[in-house]
Design a protein around this ligand. Structure first.
Ligand code: PEP
Length: 250
């Protein structure tokens, strides 16, 4: 039985004061919820604050991006070992905002995935299609391509230590959610793809849905057999909403 994981992607939001309030609220409100894995992805300047406020709780924290390079003359970049220093156990790789705005290719995403694994953290690989791609019937082929690019860089066994987040680009931050059936169809296809390489890995991996998850649609999404949790953007900035989504998962 796979545990559910609900992870908040704070994106480029927050301040020391806001985070202090939010993290304190989450620790208190989620104390009794042992059934669900919970994590937050903060921007790098706040990772130390996450470490200070979350270390004694079951809530994990991680980064929204990382460099594919180990160290060196890469101004502005942050390495995996730096994230480890700040207690991160998870790292988002290939979020659609990174792919679209910062032109991260499948190959770069694959290198980041491998770098995160080498540092013994868990990569959360984000995949998903644009509206145009969905409307032209390319959803599954795009997702297969995104995952296969990673499989060119690492082995299928490496996915034992990874999480996948299916995030249709057209549903991120738009208020449009994929229907539970649309999510299930893609999640099942991802599991089938991985099963072609290794059935145990396919069965064990957590596949999250992301795209305008809110307290009022979380139940229906979590009821799908291949949905193992959610990556939550906007609603993770409101502690009450985020806690409701975490509680809906377990
Ligand atoms: C995200 O940023 O990964 C996300 C899913 O955002 P939202 O929940 O706001 O659509």
């Amino acid at each position: 039985m796979r545990r559910k994981l609900v992870a908040g992607n704070w994106k480029m939001h927050g301040s020391l004061a806001e985070n202090q309030t939010r993290l304190t609220q989450l620790v208190l409100a989620l104390k009794g919820n042992e059934a669900t894995d919970v994590a937050v992805f903060a921007t790098a300047p706040y990772l130390f604050q996450c470490k200070s406020l979350l270390a004694a709780s079951a809530i994990k924290w991680g980064a929204q991006d990382v460099s594919q390079f180990a160290s060196g003359a890469y101004t502005g970049e942050i390495s995996t070992s730096m994230l480890v220093d700040f207690g991160c156990s998870l790292v988002l790789v290939g979020h659609s905002e990174r792919r679209e705005i910062f032109h991260e290719t499948n190959a770069i995403v694959a290198q980041k995935f491998a770098a995160v694994l080498s540092a013994n953290m868990t990569p959360v690989l984000c995949v998903g299609e644009t509206l145009e791609q969905r409307e032209s019937g390319q959803t599954l082929s795009i997702i297969v391509e995104q995952i296969k690019a990673v499989l060119e860089e690492v082995s299928i066994a490496d996915f034992k230590q990874a999480v996948i987040a299916y995030e249709p680009v057209w549903a991120i931050g738009t208020g449009k959610t994929a229907t539970p059936e649309q999510a299930q169809e893609v999640h099942a296809a991802i599991r089938d793809l991985l099963a072609q390489y290794d059935a145990n890995v396919a069965q064990g991996i957590q596949i999250l849905y992301g795209g305008s998850v809110k307290p009022d649609n979380a139940d229906a999404i979590f009821a799908q057999p291949d949905v193992d949790g959610a990556l939550v953007g906007g609603a993770s900035l409101n502690s009450d909403d985020f806690v409701k989504i975490c509680n809906a998962a377990g």
